[in-house]
Design a protein around this ligand. Structure first.
Ligand code: ADP
Ligand code: MG
Length: 609
């Protein structure tokens, strides 16, 4: 059979180069990665056997063979194996999104051990210790096998072979040991034992060295918390999540009774790159009585907790349960509700006991958790209890409970303003009256805020109210006086006719220093929502808003006098346009015709000189 030489994909080449030059100091982990891959392959083989009798295999296991003379270490499994195309696809390329970005940052910042520590290197980690690696594999159920070989430079070879055993064996041709460089003698049985015990003890298949089984195979979720070390939990987390950072929190659960299950869940300490890609794989692993059944089971947690990693082991499910059945199963729905409650309660605990961790959690996952306010889940209250928001009260985010506690006498609503960024929202004219009154306003700048804040009516019986919506009804706020209303009636009517883009023009007490602002109708779409709907491809006729004027402002009172005296002066309608344009700019909105606005402004300014 002829041997083909192929090139690694560009990103894979960069990653390999980092491995060969040993950017990561702990080289022992290459063995953990090989065992972890073998274990995954065995899980897949077992599942394939459940579905197809012909693929059933006995004695699924991992065998390690060390040859001190030849200086090789081989990790062999009788798992699912890979076809030639799979091999090229899975080993020749890196599919993980965000890899390019992480690599770029690594290159720029060579010292950053922390960065590489966050980066799961998987199979390529063998090149930290190998001169050359040979992989022999045959996919379960196929006739021929494939031999793959690389020295970790830019290329690898593949070759079809006839007599390969089913499964995969990876033969690592070790570089000379160099203990100063933390490159140990990996043919030393003691070293092998130590690494397996430390990193792979929980692997549910036997890892054998000769006749000896090196791992206890104990399911971590079935062991009492006090018996398991943090390190063991962390290794398990790495194995199931492929995330190299330590988890933020560990949640263990056991339900007894008619429907028994155990769960071991982890809150990651950072959001994965693909958190917002709807179609990517999230979810928990499902086991039935210690047997791995399904990966990425999104049915086990609501979508707004999709970042949680972990395992659910249910005692009473069928071994060949399918995703379709899972979606409808009443018990699964029950588990899902219980797990969601438990996760939220754990975050609440973090909030009370470890403010630092809570802040990390909320920064990374807050926007996702808030998605839970959009559906009809029963967790609204729990989510609002553990949410925090930036507000006009200070630099630190505040909880709603703290907001309520700070509310001065007379305030009866939770006021908020949504927008793109804190800076933009904070300087909006809409906040002027609230500042003057000493009322705190929540500054909501996540995209999801636009939607939930419109949908959730209250928190602990205190209503949410947007500061940019409806008539301002601050308690005891004075209405514009009847005399003022009379005096302005004519100019307001004229403005309303002149400005096509507004729905109405009225006086307000909302403003103290700005001349004008735009507000939404009580039931109209806000500009941000309008933008979102448009981005989603929904055709909408432009939503008109209300222009509110501050009669205390000289520009407004001046415009009224000028209109009284010379209502047919064309410059007046230009002033009206400028007034509207500045209101739009002040809230960070987009002018429909910026060039025209700039020309008008230049023209009017030059007249003042
Ligand atoms: P990860 O395990 O995070 O997916 P790896 O680099 O460790 O990344 O492995 C890449 C892929 O190669 C695996 O997802 C798997 O599909 C395949 N693979 C690696 N080792 C084996 C093996 N022993 N048997 C079958 N497939 C394997
Ligand atoms: Mg792996």
């Amino acid at each position: 059979m002829s041997t083909e030489t192929l090139e690694f994909q560009a990103e894979a080449r960069q990653l390999l180069e980092l491995m060969v030059h040993s950017i990561y100091s702990n080289k022992d982990i290459f063995l953990r990665e090989l065992v972890s891959n073998a274990s995954d392959a065995l899980d897949k083989r077992r599942l394939a056997g459940l579905k197809d009798e012909a693929l059933r295999a006995d004695d699924l296991h991992i065998a390690i063979e060390a040859d001190a003379e030849a200086r090789t270490l081989t990790v062999r499994d009788n798992g699912i194996g890979m076809s030639r195309d799979e091999l090229v696809e899975l080993i020749g390329t890196i599919a993980k999104s965000g890899t390019a970005e992480t690599l770029r940052r690594l290159k720029e910042n060579k010292e950053s051990a922390e960065l590489i520590g966050q980066f799961g290197v998987g199979f390529y980690s063998v090149f930290m210790v190998a001169d050359r690696t040979t992989l022999l594999t045959r996919k379960a159920g196929q006739e021929t096998g494939v031999r793959w070989e690389s020295t970790g430079d830019g290329t690898y070879t593949v070759e079809t072979v006839e007599n390969a055993p089913e499964g995969t064996s990876v033969c690592v041709h070790l570089r000379p040991a160099d203990e100063e460089d933390a490159l140990y003698d990996y043919t030393d049985e003691r070293k092998i034992r130590e690494i397996i015990k430390r990193y792979s003890d929980f692997i549910s298949f036997p890892v054998r060295l000769g006749d000896e089984t090196l791992n206890s195979m104990k399911a971590l979720w079935a062991r009492p918390r006090a018996e398991v070390s943090d390190e063991e939990y962390q290794e398990f987390y790495r194995h199931i999540s492929h995330d190299w950072t330590d988890p933020l929190d560990i949640i263990q659960m056991r339900a007894e009774g008619t429907f028994e299950y155990e769960a071991l869940l982890f809150l990651p300490s950072r959001a994965p790159h693909d958190l917002y890609q709807r179609d990517t794989r999230h979810g928990l692993q499902l086991y039935v009585k210690r047997v791995f059944i399904l990966d990425n089971s999104r049915e086990l947690l609501p979508d707004h907790l999709r970042f949680v990693k972990g395992v659910v082991d249910a005692a009473d499910l069928s071994l060949n349960i399918s995703r379709e059945i899972l979606q409808q199963d009443r018990h699964i729905q029950l588990i899902r509700r219980r797990l969601a409650k438990k996760v939220l309660a754990s975050v609440k605990d973090l909030m009370n006991k470890d403010a630092e961790k809570y802040r990390t959690f909320w920064r990374e996952f807050g926007p996702v958790v808030k998605e839970g306010l959009l559906d009809a889940s029963e967790d609204h209250r729990a989510i609002l209890d553990l949410a925090s928001f930036t507000s006009t009260a200070g630099d630190e985010p505040t909880t709603l409970a703290d907001y309520l506690a700070r509310m001065p006498e007379g305030q009866d609503k939770i006021y908020f303003m949504t927008g793109q960024s804190r800076a933009q929202v904070e300087n909006s004219p809409h906040l002027e009256a609230f500042r003057a009154k000493g009322y705190e306003v929540l500054l909501l700048t996540d995209q999801v805020d636009e939607i939930w804040a419109e949908a959730v009516p209250d928190y602990r019986d205190t209503e949410f109210r947007s500061v940019t919506r409806g008539v301002l009804d601050l308690p005891s706020e004075e209405e514009p006086s009847p005399e003022q209303a009379d005096a302005y009636a004519a100019v307001l009517t004229w403005l309303n006719e002149t400005l096509d883009d507004v729905k109405d023009v009225r006086l307000t007490t909302r403003l103290t220093s700005s001349p004008a602002c735009l507000v939404s109708d009580t039931d109209g779409l806000t500009p941000a929502l309008e933008k979102m709907y448009k981005a989603m491809g929904q055709g909408l006729s432009p939503v008109k808003r209300i222009l509110e004027l501050n009669p205390q402002h000289p520009l407004v009172s001046g415009l009224r006098t000028a209109h009284e005296q010379r209502s047919d002066d064309p410059a007046l309608s230009e002033t009206a346009e400028l007034l509207y344009g500045t209101a739009l700019l002040a809230e960070g909105g987009d002018l429909t015709d910026p060039a025209r606005f700039a020309a008008l402004l230049a023209d009017h300014l030059s007249k003042t000189l």
